[in-house]
Design a protein around this ligand. Structure first.
Ligand SMILES: [Cu+2]
Length: 192
């Protein structure tokens, strides 16, 4: 009877460890989810005859109010058509624009996800309205040059969060194996 109690106690310990592991892993997974773009104006592929502001709506409040979030608008001539820097309000980025000749434009954006990871994308659209700006060689926002590189970079889903997950998983498995060894040893000792 004594050995059965010992086994039960050890098994209960193992269950607690497994539950704690699951909770830790669940938390890590939830925390590492990136925010995504849920809507934009203009939307991808839209044709617009006038545009004074680009608006990007994300799935959660973004981080990096100080220059971490960048939006640029590039025209068919490769020139910049931002009228100012992007402004952040909660989950929404807005950018005042003044467009030039009609043609193919693209919104290029980089945002700091609420989990701290950068996310980025490109939204092509067509402009069919009047030429209201000559555009500019460069962005009025100094750090906007990095947006093209950021857009080209693959998203770093792994990195620290992957490593942390691996360590958690590895540590949990080691603890579980340890508990099982103790259970087996105790059982054997009592039976001998
Ligand atoms: Cu992330």
């Amino acid at each position: 009877m004594a050995s059965r109690n010992a086994v039960r106690r050890a098994l209960a310990g193992a269950v607690v460890v497994a539950a704690a592991m699951t909770a830790a892993l669940g938390g890590a997974t939830a925390a590492s989810a990136h925010d995504s773009l849920v809507a934009s104006s203009p939307a991808e592929g839209d044709t617009v005859s006038s545009l004074s502001e680009v608006r990007l709506d994300f799935s959660a409040n973004l981080l990096g109010a100080d220059g971490g979030n960048i939006v640029i608008v590039v025209g068919p001539d490769g020139r910049h058509y931002e009228a100012d820097c992007a402004a952040l309000a909660g989950p929404t980025l807005t950018l005042p624009v003044a467009l030039g000749a009609p043609g193919d434009y693209s919104v290029e954006w980089r945002a700091v996800s609420s989990d701290g990871h950068p996310v980025s994308g490109v939204i092509p659209f067509v402009y069919s309205g009047p030429n209201v700006s000559a555009g500019a060689e460069t962005s009025p926002c100094t750090s906007a040059a990095g947006v093209a590189e950021a857009a080209a970079e693959p998203e770093s889903v792994g990195g620290m969060s992957g490593l942390t997950l691996g360590l958690l998983l590895g540590g949990g498995v080691v603890v579980l194996i340890g508990v099982l060894i103790v259970v087996i040893l105790r059982t054997r000792t009592r039976e001998d």
